[in-house]
Design a protein around this ligand. Structure first.
Ligand code: C2E
Ligand code: MG
Ligand code: MG
Length: 615
């Protein structure tokens, strides 16, 4: 480096006074002379200048890169903004302005927070202050509050930038994520809401019930689950089509929504099943019951009002099962099951009714479930027996017997048909049982046919609707008779009025086909339903069995007497044989005998008993 006169650099270096030189001497420890010190200082001066030059260059590069940054992002698809430390917009590209829904000129020098949805305001400010404190990126999803558009979703990234002059700015990137958020919301909607009615679905209901149980155990307040089912929805669907069915479901959903308070939930489980969750009922159980009842009654009334579906009034009704809850001692699943059970009972009690769940219901259901499994075992294990009840003529001579089934239950003892026939039918097992009864009765006929004293006896068996309308009924009955070798003329099938009325034309054909082979038919329990003369004429029965309910009061009640006489006259005029059931006294027998009845059955002549004790 070229030597310079000390004076020459004095002005440049700014070292003008003695203390400056003393300070410099300290900074150069190995310097021995003033010349050396000055030289050394000059060297350092030059080095500093180089460094300053370097800094200026860096600064220029930064400025340039800032401009380039803006140039680069002017037409970029994402929104780019520069904010000052207070969040005021300094610069913004076109896409940014478009995202904020405003002209660029009107955005500059305005606070970005004005464009953020109010409920996301706090999160925005937190992200900004985080960015100002640290240098790493901050990324959050936010909703923008655009003019005329309350929620537009963007992803916001922000990072602090310190300029050469020490000023601090925040660079913000806004990316449009509205579509993906909408898709996300839709997926959520599909997962938690019923697409037809937009009501919460089972999944969301269960979730809310869980929360409600937890909150009820804190507040000690009761809640209620109302299980609602429309009474005749299937008919509407079948007769008017599914579009109208859908309209009814929507209309019902809307009505249910109007009947509850804010905080309660109306959900659709599927089909015509709706569930309402009522929250914050009284702490007192009795009050909670009456609140639940009042709500359910209001709903039943609402459901009965006509629905206007495509210009037509449509009347409907619903049934409701209610289950109360308090705390978490019952699980959500159990709660729904209880309400469903109560609904089942409500349906059984007739249309438009409500029923509360009570533990006795549960006990009945449990007993039924036990009976159901016992029933299958009973059928396999031959626990069923036939008892026979004598049928006698006017002279008291036995002409035949009615076979009545009993279940010798290994624990519960002898069960009567009313205790198990309905369940057997419901479980589709009546066909199996009926087949066994037919076989046993036919075998009895065969046994009697071999003895002259008993060869004339007939056997009657009861046939339920499910058996009778089975497509194979006629074929199977005839095949059984043939296989066992019984005389079909000695076999009588008893059916009730309600059975034959169910499908009149089919009944007509079946009765005709069996009668062609000699099997005879009795109309059982006559006088209990509403009897129509037309069908009596069309269906060619052989016997008419007067029900014991008419017999019971025939001697006391003049109206019963008149009815009995009319029935007898009717039967005779149609050429039917009349059997009177439930004769318990001689007077009853005499009354009917005087009126021309020739066949009797009842405790007066014998209880249903094992076949050995008949003769
Ligand atoms: P049902 O066919 O009308 O049978 C007559 C019922 O009246 C029998 O009751 C019989 O025990 C009862 N009974 C007979 N005489 C008297 C009397 O003098 N006084 C009183 N109080 N009752 C009398 P059970 O055996 O309990 O049968 C009830 C019903 O169960 C039957 O009514 C029938 O509908 C049905 N049932 C019975 N056995 C069968 C069967 O094998 N298959 C089907 N599907 N149903 C059956
Ligand atoms: Mg009968
Ligand atoms: Mg009867």
């Amino acid at each position: 480096m070229a030597q310079m006169h000390p004076r020459a650099w004095q002005g440049q270096s700014g070292l003008r006074s003695a203390p400056d030189i003393r300070q410099a001497a300290h900074a150069v420890p190995n310097a021995s002379t003033l010349e050396d010190i000055l030289h050394e200082l000059r060297v350092r001066e030059i080095e500093l200048e180089i460094q300053n030059e370097e800094l200026r260059r860096v600064q220029l590069t930064l400025e340039e890169s800032r401009d380039r940054y803006l140039d680069l992002y002017e037409f970029a698809p994402a929104g780019y903004l520069t904010l000052d430390e207070k969040g005021i917009i300094q610069e913004i590209n076109l896409a940014g302005a478009a995202l904020l829904g405003c002209e660029r000129s009107r955005l500059l020098r305005r606070s970005l927070c004005k464009f953020i949805a109010p409920d996301d305001g706090d999160r925005y400010h937190q992200a900004l202050s985080r960015a100002l404190k640290r240098t790493e990126q901050n990324s959050i999803a936010l909703k923008l509050n655009r003019p005329g558009d309350s929620a537009f979703h963007v992803q916001m990234n922000c990072v602090r930038v310190i300029a050469s002059d020490g000023s601090v700015t925040v660079r913000v990137t806004l990316i449009d994520i509205n579509e993906s958020k909408r898709a996300e919301a839709e997926v959520e909607n599909l997962a938690f809401y019923d697409s037809l009615t937009q009501l919460p679905n089972r999944r969301l209901l269960m979730e809310r019930l869980r929360q409600s149980l937890a909150s009820s155990s804190r507040t000690k307040r009761h809640g209620a689950v109302l299980f609602i089912d429309l009474d005749d929805f299937k008919t509407l669907n079948d007769t008017q089509g599914h579009d109208i069915g859908d309209l009814l479901l929507k209309s019902v959903g809307n009505r249910l929504l109007t009947s509850v308070r804010e905080g309660d939930t109306v959900a659709r489980l599927g089909g015509d099943e709706f569930v309402i969750m009522l929250q914050d009922l009284s702490e007192n159980q009795f009050e909670a019951v009456s609140q639940g009842r009042a709500a359910a009654e209001k709903i039943l009334t609402l459901l009965k009002m006509p629905h206007l579906l495509e210009g037509h009034d449509y009347r409907s009704s619903g049934s409701i099962g209610i289950s109360l809850y308090s705390g978490t001692q019952t699980s959500v699943e159990e709660l729904l099951k209880h309400a469903d059970l109560a609904l089942y009972r409500a349906k059984g009690a007739g249309r438009g009714t409500l029923k509360f769940y009570d533990p006795e219901m549960q006990a009945a259901v449990t007993a039924r479930a036990v009976l159901e499994s016992d029933l299958r075992r009973g059928l396999e294990g031959r626990q069923f027996v036939l008892r026979y009840q004598r049928q006698v003529n006017g002279k008291g001579q036995m002409v035949g017997a009615e076979a009545l089934v009993r279940w010798e239950h290994p624990i519960r003892g002898l069960l009567l048909p009313e205790e198990f026939i309905p369940l057997t039918q419901e479980k589709g097992l009546i066909g199996l049982l009926g087949q066994w009864i037919l076989e046993t009765a036919c075998a009895q006929l065969v046994a009697w046919s071999s003895e002259p004293a008993t060869a004339h006896l007939t056997v009657s068996i009861n046939v339920s609707a499910q058996e009778f309308f089975h497509p194979e009924f006629v074929r199977q009955t005839l095949a059984t008779i043939d296989r066992i070798g019984a005389d079909p003329r000695k076999l009588m099938l008893e059916v009730t009025e309600s059975v034959v009325l169910e499908h009149m034309e089919e009944a007509l054909v079946k009765i005709r086909d069996l009668k062609l082979r000699g099997v005879s038919f009795a109309l059982d329990d006559f006088g209990t339903g509403y009897s129509s003369l037309t069908y009596l004429k069309r269906l060619s029965f052989d016997h008419l069995k007067i029900d014991r309910s008419l017999v019971r009061d025939v001697l006391k009640d003049p109206i019963d007497q008149s009815i009995a006489r009319i029935v007898i006259a009717l039967g005779h005029s149609l050429g039917l044989q009349i059997t009177v059931e439930g004769i318990e006294t001689v007077e009853q027998r005499d009354f009917f005998a005087l009126d021309g009845c020739q066949c009797f059955q009842g405790f007066l002549f014998g209880h249903p008993a094992p076949v050995e004790s008949l003769l």
